[in-house]
Design a protein around this ligand. Structure first.
Ligand code: SF4
Length: 336
């Protein structure tokens, strides 16, 4: 093995698997499994341990992270250590008071909107009314930021499936006109992980090659038309994220430490394989284990075969089944 000391880059912490939504592409199958949220005292102790390890930034996800009652206490721990904190939310729970608490507690809030209208979004996110709630959440957050004078960035994240392409250009334009003080809108295609790696999902919803190009053209066209407005329209080309057998993590960004709600740490973000428990294991040791897992010859051989999105989905399914816990295996097999 190469002699290299990996450093901790970003922490992704799924605070809970509880979620009011039931998205068809959810990588963590949230809302349909035990919430597993930690007790507050344990969670805050873990937050301090993570902050002491000095990550560049921390993201709270889930599940719906705002359903973990201690999210703000944990955010305070990171912020008091000078670590930037971002929250990813579906927006369902946002009310005026919570919006103020959120924009004054964290550095970035991203609201997921995954369809150009309620008909498409609500089917993808598995709950009627979720489009309206997400749009209302954007309005509440922007208002809260204006009133409080907070400097929190507010963004919309759009994950495109095949059904969410028609009408996207018009929707992005209307979003910019309605919310010109958004910081950015980030658009990318769904990637084959979790429920989105299942064969039936891939067949119907994963973008085909020409649809990736179409998505990119839409984003570039909207960005060109709205140069005078403040929200940036960013296209994330997820084709660049095809897993690679190349030696990982030597870049400036460092190792990503992805925590499950129980405190278990994933070997690679969004995959079910684990490398240990953050409650009981030193963070530096976990960082080393993540690095070593990526260098494992079996994993590299699997990643060598990934040349397309459908192959990526197949390899993801295999890794999740072979390297996840017994509980993961049982849950994954029940999907079929
Ligand atoms: S909102 Fe997020 S966590 Fe909840 S079901 Fe959808 S993708 Fe999963």
């Amino acid at each position: 093995m190469k002699n290299f000391e990996p450093h901790l880059g970003r922490v992704i912490w799924d605070l809970t698997y509880a979620c009011p939504l039931r998205c068809i592409h959810c990588y963590s199958e949230s809302g349909r499994r035990k919430s597993e949220v930690l007790d507050e005292a344990v969670a805050l102790r873990l937050a301090r341990k993570l902050a002491d390890a000095g990550p560049d930034r921390v993201s709270f996800g889930g599940g719906e992270p705002l359903m973990a009652k201690w999210w703000k206490g944990a955010a305070d721990v990171f912020r008091n250590s000078g670590i930037r904190i971002a929250v990813f939310t579906g927006g369902w729970l946002l009310e005026p008071d919570l919006a103020v608490e959120l924009v004054t507690s964290v550095d970035n809030v991203s609201i997921s909107i995954d369809g150009p209208n309620a008909a498409v979004h609500d089917i993808i996110r598995g709950r009627n009314g979720s489009f309206e709630r997400a749009m209302r959440a954007v309005a509440l957050l922007l208002e809260a930021r204006e009133k409080s004078g907070a400097r929190c960035e507010i963004a919309v994240e759009y994950t495109a499936t095949r059904t969410a392409l028609a009408g996207l250009e018009e929707f992005l334009g209307s979003l910019i006109r309605r919310f010109p003080s958004l910081n950015y809108i980030r658009v990318g295609a769904v990637i084959p992980e979790g429920l989105a790696a299942e064969p039936k999902f891939c067949e119907v919803h994963l973008l085909r090659e020409e649809e990736f190009d179409q998505l990119q053209r839409i984003c570039e066209s909207v960005a060109r038309q709205h140069t005078d407005f403040s929200p940036r329209v960013e296209f994330t080309d997820v084709r660049e994220f095809l897993p690679s057998a190349e030696t990982p993590a030597e870049d400036a960004e460092g190792v990503i430490l992805h925590l499950e709600p129980s405190g278990q740490v994933r070997a690679m973000t969004n995959y079910e394989a684990k490398v240990g428990d953050a409650l009981t294991t030193p963070i530096a040791e976990l960082t080393q284990r993540i690095w070593k897992w990526r260098l494992d010859e079996d994993i590299r051989e699997r990643f060598r075969q990934v040349q397309s999105f459908s192959k990526w989905a197949e390899i993801t399914r295999g890794i999740d089944l072979d390297h996840g816990s017994e509980a993961d295996r049982i849950r994954i097999l029940k999907r079929r």
